[in-house]
Design a protein around this ligand. Structure first.
Ligand code: AMP
Length: 988
């Protein structure tokens, strides 16, 4: 066969090889090469069969790099079948294989004498195997890929020389299923030079797109297939929600159709194809944000990659605050808190805080605490108190607090809060006020029960109102005939929670309503209760209204009963009984009054009998002494607890008789109990009992938490409203009315002998027989022989020991003055002698500061020289009740004179308008020691003095409160007199 080849052709072919070589296109980065004949420097050693066919020949490429080629040119002989088989090619991941052939092929026309045998094509085959097979070529095991023809062949050059053109053909095989394959070239009589064979497959190379990494991906097996590939987020990036990154690898090894993406996590931002941490002082709160932002106001961070910044000390981020807003702090306290009290309702109003803490969600909350009169003892108000519109979360700067207790001391704190208040550990800032509620009338009597219904009478009982707001001294039962056109009301009064209404018509429907009365006045009527009296008894019984015999009999029986009652009462505690008619607010009332009379224990031969007549003997084991609270004449006064069988444990005051007492001392000591035990009134201190059968001997009294009134007032100087003070006075007057009604003359009524309980209820106390003589440090011996508390005592009692209820009224007037001046000493530091002299000369105490004129007038009335001209306690209670009901009458014009000009009482009051100098005036009021103070401050005329305010007086350096008050009272009187004289107002 070799003899039939054309060797000269090869030379030409080789010489020209460099001219037709591919000029070296850069290898496509998407291709993975499995075989490249050009790249192999050594012999290829492919299998050629028959050996005379394909021949391996070395050549040079364009860079003169040696290459290996195969040639065949058996064109002269017919029936050529020359096979060339490549080495085994492992396919790897490939599914579609590309075969690129570069070859030259001589056209038969250019070869002389080859007609008939020369061919211009060759065939390409492949065989799939899992491993290398033997060197034999079995044609039938090969699959034909294609017949390859040349596009170009040798052509004539411009200069007549022959140029060989390089043909490039690419064929694709696949999908392949075995591990590898062989390629085979079948020559059937052509003149071919196989310059290079390249076998490759295509891949999409790893890439980062949208912050996701897509790995190297082999293309699909089909020409049209796209391979979907999931991306992996680069570090510090995360997939966007519901949008995971995907791409598609095309058959051509190109990434197509990107879907979804990754985004940099919180604290990181994108730089190129990576996520970088935010720098110090910057943050990125969410992966959604594109950029890192600078830390907002009042926050910082000192590390990289932060998703938020930390708040500076004292600043906070609210729970719902995004990291992008500035850190804030709790607001300052609300400002300008003002309040208004209306009985048991307190309205509070304030201005917003100066500093809202940098937020606009400021609201307000109210803290209410009820305090005992000891300032430390405050407890939260609890759920009984109402707030309008609400207690917390207030947007507006006001609130009304309702249903407070009357006569109580409250502290309200108004706190401004914002979204970070509860996070802050700093101290709460609030505005606070302490308020004492005024007296309030009792709430409604709602539960009324008909106990007994007769033809002419109905007995009712009821529960005390839920909020008595004080001590209920009386109930008023109002009733009328239901069917009566011109509804005429009748009223009946009762001191207990039941009453029988008499003189009703039989078979008649009546409507009843009940209201309670306290020092604060009447409460509102409760709901109506309709009750019908029983039918008239049968006609055979003659009506008592018509039958004189029955009337006489009834009168006789009633008379006998009353007589028995009176006699019996005289023995065990004398009582006055009888019908009494009173008029209250136009309602005429008729009620049966029964008043006990006081019995002087001294009238008992055996004082021990008197004690046991009026006082209950207590078992000492029921009493527990806790602490000493005062010193009495006969021993210590202690507080403690008492628990009687079947009763609730209660606080008590215990007066003890010191050891080593004489029989007389014991008698005198127990005498107080014998007196006190006869009294039963809400404004008279109540005796619980005595312990005489053990030691120490004790008198057990109800416990009055706030002690004696004078000390209590001094302690709470200026803290009560006028209504509250008048409420206290009303209580004392009611207690005194009761005592005087019983025929008891106190003789030592003074604020120090009035006790105050925790509800501010005042009760008259100190009933010892010898008290005025021995017990009272205020009592002094007078020329009339006895020991008398001069400043509190009426002239006739000082002068000739005429002690009566009228002299108690005088003392009551002094108590009024003590109360209104918060425990000031009557007549200040004047000596007793001077007091007696001044009183005899007609001088009376001026109105205390801010004392309503009406009250001072009542004091002056109590100090009438002629005791018959003084009001009775009953009248005093009435006057005070009217004042309480009409608080307007208690208003004092601020800074104006409160001293009324009364011709009767004024005649003896020093006439300040007659003084010629400040010195003379100071002398008259015994304050001449301050003469220099006035001069130094430039107060040279009485006119200038009359214009002075309390602040001016204090600025003179007068530090004693008593002296300040005395001077101020005198100035007020002086001003009133000037006003009276000249009709000119003096503005202070
Ligand atoms: P007396 O011996 O009654 O003057 O009492 C002496 C002091 O004991 C009084 O000034 C009160 O401070 C106190 N005291 C007397 N009785 C009571 C009481 N019932 N409750 C509370 N303190 C009382």
């Amino acid at each position: 066969m070799g003899s039939t080849s054309i060797p000269c052709l090869w030379i030409t072919f080789c010489i020209h090889l460099c001219c037709f070589m591919d000029t070296g296109k850069a290898q496509n980065a998407k291709e993975v090469i499995l075989l490249d004949s050009k790249a192999q420097q050594t012999e290829l050693e492919w299998i050629s069969y028959p050996p005379s066919g394909w021949e391996e020949i070395s050549g040079l490429d364009e860079n003169y790099t040696p290459i290996r080629t195969y040639q065949v040119c058996q064109v002269m002989e017919p029936n050529q079948n020359n096979w060339l088989r490549t080495s085994w090619i492992e396919k790897g991941d490939a599914q579609r294989i590309f075969v690129e052939l570069k070859f030259t092929l001589r056209d038969c026309n250019s070869l002389p004498g080859v007609v008939g045998t020369c061919k211009e094509t060759f065939n390409l085959y492949y065989q799939e195997t899992d491993s290398e097979v033997g060197r034999n070529i079995r044609e039938n095991q090969y699959v034909k890929i294609d017949t390859i023809a040349a596009d170009e062949s040798f052509t004539q050059g411009d200069l007549g020389e022959r140029k060989m053109k390089l043909n490039t053909e690419v064929r694709i095989i696949g999908p392949l299923s075995r591990r590898g394959f062989y390629l085979a070239f079948q020559d059937v009589g052509a003149c071919i030079a196989l310059v290079s064979v390249k076998v490759y497959y295509k891949k999409c190379w790893s890439i980062i797109e949208n912050l996701a990494t897509f790995p190297d991906t082999v293309t699909g097996s089909e020409f049209s297939s796209l391979v979907e590939v999931e991306g992996m987020c680069v570090s510090d990036a995360e997939e966007e929600a519901d949008n995971s990154p995907k791409m598609h690898c095309s058959a051509e090894g190109e990434w197509l159709v990107p879907i979804g993406k990754c985004i940099c996590k919180a604290g990181f931002h994108q730089k190129g194809d990576a996520c970088e941490p935010c720098g110090r002082g910057f943050y990125k709160s969410s992966s959604q944000d594109l950029q890192c932002s600078r830390c907002p106001a009042h926050s910082y961070n000192d590390r990289e990659g932060s998703w938020r910044c930390d708040c500076e000390d004292g600043y906070y981020r609210g729970l719902s605050d995004p990291p992008s807003v500035a850190c804030t702090r709790p607001p300052s306290a609300p400002q300008n808190l003002v309040y208004n009290i209306n009985q048991t309702t307190v309205s509070l109003e304030w201005s917003p805080p100066a500093d809202t803490g940098g937020r606009n969600d400021v609201t307000y909350r109210i803290m209410c605490r009820r305090c005992s009169w000891e300032p430390e003892e405050c407890v939260p108000c609890g759920g009984n108190v109402g707030y309008s519109p609400q207690q917390a979360g207030l947007v507006d700067t006001y609130v009304s607090v309702v249903d407070l207790l009357a006569h109580a001391n409250y502290t309200f704190e108004v706190e401004a809060v914002n979204g970070v208040s509860d996070l802050s550990r700093t101290q709460r800032l609030f505005a606070a006020v302490s308020i004492a509620t005024s007296q309030a009338t009792p709430s409604q009597v709602s539960e009324v029960i008909k106990e007994r219904v007769q033809q002419r009478s109905i007995q009712l009982s009821w529960q005390e109102p839920e909020q008595p707001n004080g001590v209920i001294t009386e109930y008023e039962i109002k009733y009328y005939e239901k069917d009566q056109k011109d509804r005429i009301y009748s009223t009946v009064k009762s001191r207990s929670t039941s009453a029988t209404v008499n003189n009703l018509k039989p078979s008649t429907a009546y409507v009843f309503q009940i209201r309670a009365f306290t020092a604060a006045g009447y409460g509102t009527y409760g709901p109506r209760l309709e009750v019908t009296t029983k039918e008239e008894a049968s006609a055979t019984i003659v009506s008592s209204e018509q039958n004189p015999v029955i009337i006489i009999a009834v009168v006789a029986v009633a008379g006998t009963i009353i007589l028995v009652f009176m006699v019996f009462g005289f023995i065990i505690g004398r009582r006055h009984c009888g019908y009494s008619k009173a008029d209250q607010e136009g309602d005429e009332e008729l009620y049966f009054q029964c008043t006990k009379t006081y019995i002087d224990p001294e009238t008992y031969e055996d004082p021990n009998r008197a004690v046991h007549q009026f006082a209950k003997e207590l078992d000492a084991s029921c009493i527990k002494i806790e602490r000493v609270i005062g010193a009495g004449e006969f021993g210590e006064v202690c507080s403690g607890r008492m628990k009687l069988p079947g009763k609730r444990d209660m606080s008590v005051a215990i007066k003890t008789l010191k050891v080593g007492y004489s029989e007389k001392q014991r008698r005198d000591f127990l005498c107080e109990a014998s007196i006190m035990g006869q009294f039963d009134h809400p404004n008279v201190v109540h005796l619980e009992g005595v312990v005489t059968r053990g030691k120490p001997v004790m008198i057990v009294i109800e416990y009055m938490e706030n002690g004696s009134l004078d000390a209590f007032l001094r302690k709470h100087d200026g803290q009560f409203t006028v209504i509250q003070l008048v409420g206290m006075l009303r209580g004392i007057a009611a207690g005194m009315r009761y005592l005087s009604d019983m025929g008891y003359v106190h003789r030592d009524l003074a604020a120090r002998n009035v006790l105050v309980n925790s509800n501010l209820v005042c009760k008259v106390s100190d009933f010892g027989l010898s008290r005025v003589i021995d017990d009272d440090p205020e009592a002094v011996y007078t020329t009339t022989g006895g020991k008398i508390p001069v400043r509190w005592t009426a002239m006739e009692a000082i002068q000739y020991r005429k002690f009566t209820s009228a002299s108690d009224v005088w003392s009551y007037g002094i108590v009024m003055w003590e109360v209104m001046s918060y425990g000031e000493r009557p007549y200040w530091d004047m000596s007793n002698q001077d007091v007696i002299k001044a009183i005899e000369e007609g001088y009376r105490l001026p109105a205390p500061m801010d004392c309503p004129p009406g009250l001072h007038q009542l004091m002056l009335d109590c100090w009438q020289k002629d005791r018959a001209d003084r009001p009775k306690f009953d009248q005093i209670v009435g006057i005070l009740d009217k004042m309480i009901r009409n608080p307007n009458t208690l208003k004092t014009p601020v800074g104006t004179c409160t001293r009324p000009i009364s011709p009767l009482l004024d005649q003896s009051t020093p006439d300040f308008t007659t003084f010629r100098s400040v010195g003379e005036w100071l002398e008259a009021i015994k304050m001449e020691r301050y003469r220099d103070n006035f001069t130094a401050a430039g107060y040279s005329s009485l006119d200038s003095v009359a214009r002075m305010s309390i602040e001016d007086v204090m600025s003179l350096g007068i530090s004693l409160v008593g002296h300040q008050k005395k001077i101020m009272s005198s100035i007020q009187t002086m001003r009133a007199q000037m006003l009276h004289l000249h009709g000119t107002g003096i503005q202070v």
